[in-house]
Design a protein around this ligand. Structure first.
Ligand code: NAP
Length: 485
């Protein structure tokens, strides 16, 4: 049945061994472009999760004691092998997630860039010597790995969301138990196999795929052994997991949902703003947490901008991700498709105007036409919720203050974008936006060198950059006394 590629594992990875679920249960993975079953995967639950935690615990002492340069060499080899096998990883990713092949390849390279980045950061977990309040004492600060960590990741970037957590955790000297999304376990399993080939010792990186996310999550969060949970997914599930981590006072990093504003001022370079918006809005068919979700354009340029946007959007090529030239693939599931249909109907019922698209696309059951809706208002679902589809809602604004107010009118605070050629305005508005990341005249802002993460109900913690390692390190202070002659 597995027609993805015979090298993709279909079992859990526990303690360096590939294993079936104790119950023998399996679950199907489907290609969202066709609905066909492409793989049958071990359906793990509580027992396998406990086994994986025990394996990660057993591997912790040796892994954390390995000199950082040794861990770095393995991570670097892992990255290099991922890049060598980028085509295989990308094809697997496209089959289970649906995104165009070029985007899948970009995601694999992006995932590998975190392994390279953290292979270097691994050797820079510096401590401190702090001036002490007495001459006979020294204050020493060291940083040590948090311990066994858990990661739960979503389907929209099935390679990169997992690899960027693993890169930071493993670089810091932690070991990891990961649960990938049930829709897209293959990319995680293949990346793990490549990690083992690169030299990861058994137990350092464990993967428990399964359909009972609540059961696996309950074991991971309740465990006293697991000292940290890093989660990427929806705000609703994130809230639950934070509560579940409270009894064991676990550290948590939460990369949650967004509702990104994209503001185009009257002095913006409209060509650049259009390019940035196309890249931000339509990547992964609009299914990214940093996708432009609400587009605010100054009244004086809105009609021109809307017309040009509609032309660009109408010209997008829709089709299965492995079709030549495809730019927009299917949505991930029937539920995702129904949500987009519901949000567009809501906008139209409340006075929104479709400039292009607005309906199902004939390419298949889960394909939605790339869509632009003008004249949206704050009471519409498209303004209040993450759309997670190829739908661009547009509204006008009159003043800078109004743009800022509209942009900040959400519980989320992940990414925001603004286009202006006025340097003063760029700083003013950038400072006033309550977001963890702001793209100024840029529509794509993620890279391994930058701290990725949100504020407000988009979560906390940062992935990438030198700050990313801190999420997996504890600070220890030692006071050395008795130094007087
Ligand atoms: P989701 O429903 O929250 O699922 C994410 C992960 O959590 C999946 O592995 C899922 O497993 C698991 N899960 C679901 N319920 C759980 C529970 N009760 N206990 C433990 N685990 C549970 O999110 P999604 O719809 O797949 O992903 C899209 C969301 O992720 C969007 O909101 C998006 O903005 C956000 N996201 C954020 C970032 C960021 O960096 N801030 C990046 C990418 C995506 P199953 O798949 O098996 O249900």
């Amino acid at each position: 049945m597995l027609d993805v590629n015979q090298t993709v594992p279909t079992q859990a990875l526990i303690g360096g061994a590939w294993q079936n679920a104790d119950t023998g249960r399996r679950f199907d993975v489907r290609d969202p472009a066709t609905g066909h079953v492409i793989a049958s995967i071990a359906d793990c639950g509580e027992q396998e999760t406990r086994d994986a935690i025990a394996a990660a615990d057993a591997a912790l002492a040796d892994w954390s004691a390995m000199p950082a340069a040794g861990r770095a060499a393995i991570l670097r080899r892992w990255a290099d092998l991922m890049i060598e096998r980028a085509d295989e990883l990308a094809r697997t990713l496209t089959r289970e997630n649906g995104k165009p092949l070029a985007e899948a390849r970009g995601e694999v390279m992006y995932g590998a860039s975190y392994l390279h980045w953290f292979s270097e950061e691994a050797t820079r977990a510096y401590g401190d010597v702090i001036p002490a309040p007495g001459a006979d004492r020294r204050i020493l600060v060291t940083r040590s790995p948090v311990g066994v960590c858990a990661a739960i990741t979503p389907w929209n970037f099935p390679n990169a969301m997992l690899v960027r957590k693993a890169a930071a955790a493993l670089a810091a000297g932690c070991t990891l138990v990961a649960k990938p999304a049930a829709e897209t376990p293959l990319s995680a399993l293949l990346a793990a196999r490549i990690g083992i080939e690169a030299g990861l010792p058994g137990g350092v990186f464990n993967i428990v795929p399964g359909t009972d996310a609540a059961a696996i999550g309950a074991v991971l969060t309740a465990s006293e052994t697991v000292r940290k949970l890093s989660f990427t997914g929806s705000t609703g599930v994130g809230r639950k997991l934070i509560a579940q981590c409270a009894p064991t006072v676990k550290r948590v990093s939460m990369e949650l949902g967004g509702n990104a504003p994209f503001i185009v001022f009257e002095d913006a370079d409209l060509d650049a703003a259009l390019d940035g918006l196309m890249a931000s809005k339509f990547r992964n068919s609009g299914q990214t947490c940093v996708c432009a979700n609400r587009i605010f354009v100054h009244d004086s340029v809105k009609d021109e901008f809307a017309g040009r946007l509609a032309e660009r959007v109408a010209a997008l090529t829709v089709g299965p991700g492995d079709q030549d030239g495809a730019e927009i693939g299917p949505l991930i599931s029937e539920a995702a498709f129904a949500k987009v249909e519901r949000m567009v109907s809501d906008a139209l019922a409340k006075g929104g105007r479709v400039l292009t698209g607005g309906a199902k696309h004939p390419a298949g059951d889960l394909f939605y036409q790339p869509t632009v809706i003008d004249a949206v208002t704050a009471d519409m679902d498209v303004m209040r919720e993450e759309i997670f589809g190829p739908v661009a809602p547009l509204a006008g604004f009159a003043t800078e203050a109004e743009a800022i107010e509209l942009a900040n009118d959400t519980e989320h605070g992940l990414a925001a974008y603004l286009y202006t050629r006025d340097l003063g305005r760029a700083w003013r508005v950038g400072d006033a936006l309550h977001y963890g990341m702001v793209g100024i005249n840029e529509g794509v802002l993620s890279s391994a060198a930058a701290p990725f993460g949100g504020v407000k109900q988009s979560g906390f913690g940062r992935e990438g950059s030198r700050y990313g390692l801190d999420d997996y390190l504890e600070i220890k202070y030692m006071l050395m006394g008795g130094l007087s002659a």
